[in-house]
Design a protein. Structure first.
Length: 372
């Protein structure tokens, strides 16, 4: 994005806040080994998916070219992710492994971390012998679990864009309605057969390929593609949606009351959150504030997100017994430094190659039209 585009919204600032929320929640989990039910991590990831749905749909509409769209997504995710993996293997790994360095560097499982940390791998990856004495020893980077879901959603946007469905916004509106309906049924536990469907798909080895739609063993992962879809719908209907600060205040107040009186896992709170959060996030993202220029200095949210987890694990490894709050602040400072380096040294440089020309997808579109 150009500076002009950055200066017209608060999305860069909100993404930094979202990354900090995720880092904060992971500080408690990685320090204790017990999954914390604080809302901050869930809210942070939700904010990412809402903004992503909005901006990714905008990106497709501004340049509806299949290969260019995927190329931009590749440049935004993979170069920085690859360098982070090298950082883990060659910097963090040697300092935290329980093996002699010769064995660590000669084991094939050490380098498999690059493959298992990609957006095509749906389980948390690890490096044997690294973080063995940590409370959470089987996860190197706890933040990467949502990247495969997000990348699949990018591909879905590209496919429905090529098929012309994205221009028929009423279909996505209907999909959004059914997405909220299915999510509501899940949190109310009224259609438990969906869990059986997931178990069957998993038993034949295809569940992971359609995880955004069938991972019903827990209802929280399904909320992420729902947030993404709602963000996309908000963009498509931006000419029809009027943001009202009074409505935002009412929604936020309702969520706060529900959270404190009902708790985060209460179905009513989760349903209200799914419906209200996109409106609240996109209201603050779109209004004119001094924070509009926040992104002019760089987009550090992705760097904080991908470096935060392994940095937290390394701190826990080297300072046993460190408190969660201390872990958060130390990790935040170090992660910001690496995010700064990642943006200026890797991410922004990679994005300079996004103008490479690719063949259009007209042949495929004609083929689909003939089928219809």
């Amino acid at each position: 994005m150009s500076n002009t585009i950055h200066s017209t919204n608060n999305f860069d600032f909100l993404r930094i806040v979202a990354a900090i929320f995720v880092l904060f929640t992971h500080s408690f989990y990685l320090q204790s080994g017990q999954k914390n039910l604080q809302p901050f991590g869930f809210l942070g990831v939700g904010i990412f998916f809402i903004i992503s749905g909005y901006l990714i749909t905008q990106s497709w509409n501004s340049n509806p070219d299949f290969w260019r769209f995927l190329w931009k997504r590749f440049l935004r995710i993979f170069p920085a992710l690859f360098v982070m993996c090298l950082f883990v293997i060659f910097i963090i790994g040697p300092f935290t492994t329980t093996l002699p360095l010769y064995q660590y560097f000669t084991k094939s499982t050490t380098y498999e971390y690059i493959e298992t940390s990609s957006v095509f791998y749906f389980e948390h990856s690890t490096i044997p012998s690294v973080f063995e004495n940590n409370p959470v020893k089987d996860i190197v980077n706890v933040s990467l679990g949502t990247l495969p879901i997000e990348f699949e959603l990018y591909i879905i946007i590209a496919i429905i864009g090529v098929l012309g469905i994205i221009t028929k916004r009423k279909y996505l509106l209907i999909a959004g309605f059914f997405g909220i309906l299915i999510y509501t049924c899940l949190v109310l536990n009224t259609i438990p057969m969906l869990t059986s469907i997931y178990d069957f798909l998993n038993s034949i080895g295809i569940a992971s390929f359609i995880i955004p739609f069938v991972k019903f063993t827990t209802y929280i992962p399904l909320s992420y593609p729902t947030f993404f879809l709602l963000g996309s719908i908000f963009y498509l209907y931006k000419d029809k949606i009027n943001f009202d600060y009074k409505l935002v205040l009412s929604m936020a107040t309702t969520l706060i009351i529900c959270y404190f009186y009902l708790g985060m896992q209460n179905p009513i709170f989760l349903i209200f959150l799914t419906i209200f959060l996109p409106y609240i996030v996109l209201f603050f993202g779109s209004i004119k504030t001094p924070l509009n220029k926040f992104g002019d200095y760089g987009d550090y949210s992705y760097g904080i997100y991908i470096y935060g987890g392994p940095i937290q694990q390394m701190i826990v490894s080297k300072i046993p017994g460190i408190g969660s709050i201390e872990l958060f602040f130390i990790a935040l400072g170090i992660s910001f430094i690496f995010a700064f380096i990642s943006w200026n040294g890797i991410e922004s440089r990679a994005l300079k190659y996004k103008s490479i020309k690719f063949p259009d997808f007209e042949i495929f579109k004609k083929f689909i039209k003939n089928i219809e």
